[in-house]
Design a protein around this ligand. Structure first.
Ligand code: UD1
Ligand code: CA
Length: 454
């Protein structure tokens, strides 16, 4: 089948009350329009035409390598007019499917049968029966049950408004016929718009049968017009992702408090506690435990790793059996080797931490290479920035850094070296020796504390 998909995305989205074009608002970490585009791409070989108007330039820039045909509709004169703009680039022998940039959750499997109907020369309309049909176009039937037309809410008579079957907007038709019907549309209606829905009555007048296909899955056909609907669809989307994860064998403590905004790949017996936010590409090994309120962004995590509550980890690689957190921040270009421990209130940036090394409390490690089996005491700071440039710190295998040490980079701590607590290390510390910088301790005997004046 020569399928051409037209995605309508020219509307302003006034009710979003936003400077950002509606279809660029984010759903599941991606712009709204990308969801309809991805579904359209699941029809392999389909040509995709996207009709844009409001914010056209920004939309084009955002999807500069999307491989779609952009069609500009400078004035939004109605859905029929919008499709008409795209018809110029569509050959007569094609099948046309109309989709919407602000309806993100529609499934390809729901639309495929509509395209089949159109492929046979008929018109396919996706319908639904929501609890409240207010605002939607209603499906009109002949006495024999066949579809006779669609009437918009604003043009409907009181008795037509009692009809519960609605037009979802998704429609498919053979291109040559659709072109003819669209060319004949007028805007003699309450909104003064060229309604795409009017092609249904024209098809019937032409003797072409219109077949309704009803869906029970209301969430799939819901559009987004305001931020309440955006939030509601985000939850639907996330619940879908959560169900996919659980089917893949991941334990989610609460699927309603899980946000996957990128791609997740996970091994066996992974457990994810509440309020995890996963962004970019996240890859988890076997038996990984993710605690509550953890943010992971572009991370690869090995087997048997435990991430305790409230950690933020970004662009990092974590080796097997590492233990991180609670309250640790791992910043980009960090690699933690196997069996490392990073504890509470530790920040690590652009550093390699060797096998079995520990940074357990209140430290900042930046631009540093740490060897194997190193112990970094509480409150250790690498002073990596001189106000103009960043410098590296290198710590050898088996070194022991006493608590509250400042390592002023560039500096090296040797293999097996020990640094005494409270030191400020400005020169390289040799292998195997104790190095410390500390004022001599004094006691003034008989000294008295000041007392309050009466
Ligand atoms: C449309 C249908 C209605 C259906 C409803 C489902 C028509 C006339 N009515 O109504 O039967 O129940 O969808 O949600 O088709 N758009 C453009 N250019 C335009 C006008 C609209 O690109 O000139 C885009 C909008 O950005 C939007 C979509 O088309 O994404 C639907 O337009 P909208 O005006 O919201 O149609 P509805 O009144 O909701
Ligand atoms: Ca709408």
């Amino acid at each position: 089948m020569n399928l051409c998909i037209v995605i309508l995305a020219a509307g302003k989205g006034t009710r979003m009350r936003s400077d950002l074009p509606k279809v660029l608002h984010s759903l599941g970490g991606q712009p709204l329009l990308s969801h309809a585009m991805a579904t359209a791409r699941q029809f392999s070989d389909a040509m995709i035409h996207v009709v844009i108007g409001h914010g056209a330039e920004r939309i084009r820039e955002t999807f500069s390598d999307a491989g779609v045909q952009w069609v500009e509709q400078t004035e939004q004169l109605g859905t029929g007019h919008a499709v008409a703009q795209a018809m110029a680039g569509i050959p007569d022998d094609a099948t046309v499917l109309v989709m919407y940039g602000d309806v993100p959750l529609i499934r390809q499997s729901t639309l495929a049968p509509l395209c089949d109907i159109a492929g046979q020369g008929f018109v396919g309309v996706l319908t639904a029966e929501p609890d409240d049909p207010t605002g939607y176009g209603r499906i009109l039937h002949h006495a024999d049950g066949s579809i006779s037309g669609i009437v918009e809410e604003k043009d409907a008579t009181p008795s037509e408004k009692t009809i519960r079957e609605i037009n979802t907007g998704f429609i498919a038709a053979p291109a040559a016929k659709l072109r003819r019907w669209i060319d004949a549309l007028d805007n003699n209606n309450s909104q003064g718009e060229y309604y795409l829905t009017d092609v249904v009555a024209r098809a019937v007048a032409d003797g072409v049968s219109v077949r309704g296909l009803s869906t029970d899955s209301i969430e799939e056909v819901l559009g987004i017009n305001d931020r309440m609907q955006l939030a509601a669809q985000e939850r639907c989307f996330q619940y879908r992702r959560a169900v996919e994860c659980m089917r893949d064998g991941i334990t989610l403590i609460d699927p309603a408090r899980f946000d996957l905004r990128g791609k997740l790949q996970a091994g066996e017996d992974v457990i994810i506690d509440i309020n995890a936010v996963l962004e970019g590409n996240v890859c988890l090994g076997n038996r990984v435990m993710i605690g509550p309120n953890v943010v992971l962004s572009n991370v690869t995590i090995g087997d048997d790793v435990t991430i305790l509550a409230n950690c933020v980890i970004e662009d990092a690689e974590i080796g097997n059996a590492a233990r991180i957190g609670p309250f640790a921040r791992i910043r980009p270009e960090t690699r933690l080797a196997d069996n490392t421990h990073v504890g509470n209130f530790v920040e690590i940036k652009k550093s390699d931490i060797g096998k079995g090394s520990k940074v357990n409390h209140l430290s900042y490690i930046g631009d540093t290479t740490v060897g194997m089996d190193v112990n970094i005491g509480a409150g250790t700071i690498t002073c990596n920035y001189d106000g103009a440039n960043k410098h590296r710190t290198v710590i050898g295998d088996n070194a022991f850094i006493g608590s509250d040490t400042q390592l002023v980079a560039p500096v090296k701590v040797g293999v097996g070296a020990t640094i005494g607590a409270g030191s400020t290390i400005t020169r390289d510390a040799p292998d195997g020796e104790l190095t410390l910088s500390r004022c001599e301790q004094k006691t003034r005997s008989g000294w008295q504390r000041p007392v309050k004046k009466k």
